[in-house]
Design a protein around this ligand. Structure first.
Ligand SMILES: [Zn+2]
Length: 229
């Protein structure tokens, strides 16, 4: 097996999903140097943090965290780009596992019942082959044993790409597009909503409005990264 892997890596060398350098044999997905350098927010340990404050006056969440600071052209952007556009699911599993380790260690996330990834539009999911938030959720579940539910919160209609829109335009774009098919199934539960990057928060907010159809639901939010300024 070792020989086969060595031969394979001659032809398909594995590279770090965060910096693009060749990985050593004992490294996996992300090199050790990047693992040390990825910019941790530590927000999973603090209820009142900048990404949680983004939602004040908009919607009530139990806890909100983004694991890494997102910056343009940085390692975190590289990782997210690998996951979303380079078919690199391992990058998503890495992010999910790292996030899961932090959440299971935090006293603030002890009552989570179920993980719900932000749904992608089915058309875009077919094109990409997977939902990146679902891949992150899978990594979290591996570390926490919290179950993942992908059948209840669904995306109802198509939206144009979010990238170049203002916050108001983004909100117009996403409000009302998420539907909770069976509100009773989530009644009384503490849901952990998962996204890749929190930027304006409008997608998360729209998901939370759909989730609020379930009685006495509590919702927390965890993203691999956050772009708060
Ligand atoms: Zn690296």
């Amino acid at each position: 097996m070792r020989l086969l892997n060595d031969l394979l890596s001659l032809f398909y060398p594995e590279i770090c999903a965060a910096c693009g350098t060749l990985l050593h044999r004992n490294e996996n997905t992300v090199c050790l140097s990047c693992r040390h350098l990825l910019p941790d927010t530590g927000y999973e340990l603090v209820t009142d943090n900048p990404v949680a404050r983004m939602f004040w006056g908009r919607i009530r969440f139990e806890q909100v965290t983004g694991m890494y600071f997102f910056s343009k052209k940085g390692k975190v952007q590289h990782l997210i780009h690998e996951l979303k556009y380079k078919n690199n699911r391992d990058a998503g599993i890495f992010l999910g596992q790292e996030l899961g380790k932090r959440l299971i260690e935090s006293p603030l996330y002890r009552s989570i019942d179920v993980i719900v990834p932000v749904p992608l539009h089915p058309k875009r999911q077919r094109k990409r082959g997977y939902n990146q938030s679902e891949v992150i959720a899978k990594g979290i579940s591996e570390m926490t044993n919290w179950p993942v539910n992908i059948n209840n919160l669904i995306r109802a209609s198509t939206t144009a790409t979010q990238t170049k829109k203002s916050r108001a335009a983004r909100w117009e774009n996403v409000k009302g597009i998420f539907v909770l098919k069976n509100p009773e199934a989530f009644a009384g539960k503490h849901i952990l909503l998962i996204d890749d990057v929190i930027t304006t928060g409008s997608t998360i907010e729209a998901c939370a409005i759909a989730l609020s159809k379930a009685g006495s639901i509590r919702v927390s939010v965890a993203a691999a990264a956050c772009a708060t300024s």
